[in-house]
Ligand binder design. Structure first.
Ligand code: SF4
Length: 453
């Protein structure tokens, strides 16, 4: 191997493929790799292929054969990498099983992942001070994983799309690489976030991306499934936030029922009455939410639903508000938060008729919270006597003096906690970031009290 790792690079195909090559070469050089003009002089060869016409396919396949025979370590990327043979299997892998990794086009990150795997990065005294998972502001044992930015909806009370623009989904390979690095660095809980998690991949037409050379569709179900595979060996939790009740979410409920992903959904319903939802211009406002929730609970009885609501939206009548209170009770929303409506500069809802007096908005919020807390308290009461898995957020004196943790029912900072009393056996200890088994002894509203066993 060369003292500074050298890569042979062949770029075939159209200008779009050329741009991909430029991106890969830029990244390679930013990371300190150099290039070799010959296959023999390289430590590894990357072939960016074209699969458009027969001649281009032949030229690509000939180049791969030559690189394999003269060098042996070959990564294939580009359009031909995404092609399947008559049986639906990857064409390149079928013809050349010794190729190290195969990706489709626009896959800089996946190509870089393969390069890192087979030809480690040269040491960089500055970058190597930064952990692989990047710099995180959360405690070491949980991390937020953003899967997209922006939003295609135009809810009348919200100005996010005007600030952040339309939905832009991250490449699935990038998300999975980040998740793998986080899990490797000791993260025990991945919190999936975005503005609209269920819409993941809509903007890129659910295109197939690559992770470790494996094709994966950019769709929420496939993403969650791949994340569960990554998290399983670590026993880590995956928690979904900002999900809208579209029919596509139905597919994920069975994964929750098997415990592969936490049976927890954060769905910002905002209201229940169809007319208010229309005035809010909410996504999935036409869906029958109550029916859908019942169906989900029949498949996965442990399912926890957390949600946020707005009380006193412009024009909200008393009967519309009572509809919301009934929904809260019937849907048995486990953890609910509520805001009294307030105008946000630039939001369309400011122009809606029927702005309610502040006092009335605040009064409805209080009435809402009284019902919400009663539902939560009742649900928590049923947990007394059970044994739950708890992730320790804060262990005092190695747990000998007790601590604070959360079960699958609670996301950090927004939901409840499990207060941990010191274990009975003095020899028993636990640390922050550890999963422990806890016997639930008491419930106080959102709080549970339990003893590690
Ligand atoms: S779904 Fe609605 S509330 Fe959420 S970010 Fe998009 S526009 Fe705003």
């Amino acid at each position: 191997m060369n003292a500074v790792p050298k890569i042979g690079f062949v770029s075939l195909g159209c200008p779009k493929a050329l741009t991909d090559s430029e991106l890969i070469l830029t990244q390679l050089s930013a990371e300190g790799y150099t290039t070799s003009k010959t296959f023999e002089g390289a430590d590894l060869v990357i072939v960016n292929t074209c699969g458009f016409i027969d001649d281009a396919v032949k030229e690509s396949l000939d180049t791969i054969s030559e690189a394999l025979s003269t060098n042996g370590k070959v990564i294939v990327t580009g359009c031909l990498g995404a092609k399947a043979d008559a049986k639906g299997h990857n064409l390149i892998k079928g013809l050349h099983p010794s190729v190290l990794a195969v990706t489709g086009p626009h896959a800089t990150q996946e190509v870089m992942d393969a390069v890192h795997q087979y030809l480690p990065k040269p040491h960089d005294p500055f970058m190597d001070l930064v952990p692989a998972a990047g710099i995180k502001l959360t405690p070491k044992h949980f991390a937020y994983l953003k899967i997209s930015e922006g939003c295609n909806h135009r809810c009348t009370f919200c100005i996010i799309p005007s600030m952040r623009g339309d939905l832009v989904s991250r490449p699935i390979g990038d998300i999975l690489s980040e998740a793998a690095a986080l899990l490797d660095s000791g993260v025990k809980e991945l919190l999936i976030i975005s503005q609209d998690t269920s819409a993941y991949g809509v903007d890129i037409k659910y295109q197939t991306g690559f992770f470790n050379g494996r094709p994966i569709k950019s769709r929420l179900f496939e993403l969650v499934h791949a994340l569960t595979e990554l998290a399983e060996p670590y026993g880590a939790w995956i928690r979904l936030h900002y999900v809208y009740p579209y029919p596509s979410v139905d597919e994920i409920i069975p994964l929750m029922a098997t415990g592969k992903v936490l049976p927890y959904l954060d769905i910002p319903f905002q209201h229940s009455h169809p007319d208010v939802l229309k005035r809010m211009r909410r996504p999935a406002s036409g869906e029958r939410n109550l029916e859908r929730i019942m169906k989900w609970r029949a498949i996965c009885p442990e399912l926890v639903i957390r949600s946020t609501f707005i009380a006193g939206f412009p024009g909200e009548t008393e009967s519309e508000f009572e509809h919301l209170l009934d929904f809260l009770k019937e849907a048995q929303i486990d953890n609910a938060g509520c805001f009294a409506y307030s105008a946000i500069e630039g939001a369309e809802a400011n122009n809606l008729p029927g702005m309610l007096p502040l006092e009335l908005r605040e009064d409805r919020k209080s009435r809402f919270m009284a019902v919400a807390q009663a539902v939560s308290a009742q649900k928590n009461k049923k947990l007394v006597g059970s044994t739950m898995q708890v992730l320790v957020d804060n262990a005092q004196s190695m747990g000998r003096a007790g601590g604070i943790g959360r079960s699958y029912r609670d996301a950090p900072e927004i939901d409840g906690i499990v207060r941990l009393i010191p274990p009975q056996r003095i020899s028993k200890t636990f640390r922050t970031g550890e999963f422990i088994k806890v016997k639930i002894l008491e419930s106080h509203g959102h709080e549970l009290v339990g003893m590690p066993i």
